[in-house]
Design a protein around this ligand. Structure first.
Ligand code: NAD
Ligand code: AKB
Length: 318
């Protein structure tokens, strides 16, 4: 079997830092080229500092390492993106155009593009939102993901580029901190609980959103990328559901381990973003086409998050 050489953009982020390790384990540390706008401290493996907006630098790396697959994670997320909408649009789309163009030019085998539940807006039904719902995103981030999905499909149809994509829910993991999204509270809250600190939640207690545990989202990504080409029927982006819950649900789950945990609610602009997103996703196509099934429910997420963070903070304070 021909060995793969995989380039990851945005590898220093919440997802990238975990995905890189999973890919290193699967393909071998010397076959994974992690890259990010910023230098990564104490990185184990091959790392290149890359602004993915710089197409000639991207091409140099693809040539230098004889890259065969690209995972394009670099992006500005929903909440941060609203601070500078035009910049967010430019970064999210121009980096993606660069990856698509270089991939066609250098016969890249497979490309991964992470989309988001942010593609949906108030014209999609909120519960079990269907794959083919109307897309009217309310954020520039959601607009960039909607356009990005369609550009991926365009390159597949026009050039035969094997672009695969998932509409990720909010990702929860102990390994890394989130980078400016609307779902970030669902990670931050566990860190507060472990430190015995009160948490001020920027969403109302009854705001239900689709979420997914890191182990599940990494597995979904690898399973999608491993699936036979013929089984990938959706070339925009697959709906992906993990589990849906509200801040009140997560607080109750944490309280079964930390009964004295205190939370107050102070909704801010992120509430308006969340109000336009689905509360749950219909991922029938992912289940049917390539066998997707999540493993983690809220109790399992909470148990693992608290156990892993306890270990992490104990190590830090020793
Ligand atoms: P993150 O914000 O934690 O990380 C993004 C990384 O991209 C950062 O390390 C940043 O330095 C890098 N970056 C930004 N601009 C860049 C540029 N011009 N060139 C190179 N690197 C650049 O994001 P994440 O949570 O790790 O998300 C990764 C991908 O998954 C993104 O495309 C995001 O939209 C998508 N996604 C994430 C979630 C989630 O909950 N984490 C949910 C849905 C979709
Ligand atoms: C965000 O909140 O922006 C991300 C996402 C769901 O795309 N976590």
């Amino acid at each position: 079997m021909k060995s793969e050489k995989i380039l990851i953009t945005g590898a220093g982020g919440q997802l990238g830092s975990v995905l890189v390790k999973a890919l290193q384990n699967k393909f071998g540390i010397d076959n994974i080229i992690a890259s990010d706008l910023y230098m990564l401290k104490d990185f184990d493996g091959i790392f290149e500092q890359l602004d993915a907006s710089d197409i000639s630098h991207l091409e140099t790396l693809v040539t230098k390492y004889k890259v065969t697959q690209i995972y394009h994670l670099a992006a500005i997320l929903s909440a941060k993106g609203e601070q500078n909408p035009i910049h967010t649009w430019n970064v999210n789309l121009n980096t993606w155009f660069n990856v698509l163009e270089i991939s066609v030019k250098h016969n890249i085998n497979k490309v991964f593009f992470p989309s988001s539940i942010a593609v949906f807006g108030d014209m999609a039904s909120k519960v079990h939102t269907a794959q083919d719902s109307f897309l009217n995103p309310s954020t520039v981030y959601g607009m960039s993901k909607t356009a990005g999905e369609n550009w991926g499909q365009y390159y597949f149809l026009k050039y035969g580029l094997d672009v695969r994509s998932l509409r990720y829910p909010g990702v929860i993991g102990y390994q890394s901190m989130p980078g400016g999204g609307t779902t970030d509270y669902a990670v931050e809250i566990y860190h507060k609980a472990i430190k015995n600190e009160a948490f001020e939640c920027y969403l109302k207690d009854d705001t239900s959103l689709p979420m997914i545990y890191m182990d599940d989202v990494i597995r979904a990504t690898l399973e999608l990328m491993d699936a036979p080409k013929a089984s990938i029927k959706i070339r925009t982006s697959y709906n992906l559901q993990g589990i849906s819950f509200t801040p009140k649900d997560i607080v109750n789950a944490i309280k079964t381990f930390y009964p004295n945990f205190k939370v107050t609610y102070k909704p801010d602009f992120r509430q308006d973003i969340a109000n336009n997103w689905p509360s749950s996703i219909d991922d029938t196509h992912a289940r049917t086409d390539w066998g997707w099934k999540p493993n983690y429910d809220l109790h399992a997420i909470t148990k693992d998050m608290l156990e892993q963070l306890e270990k992490k903070y104990n190590v830090l304070t020793q």
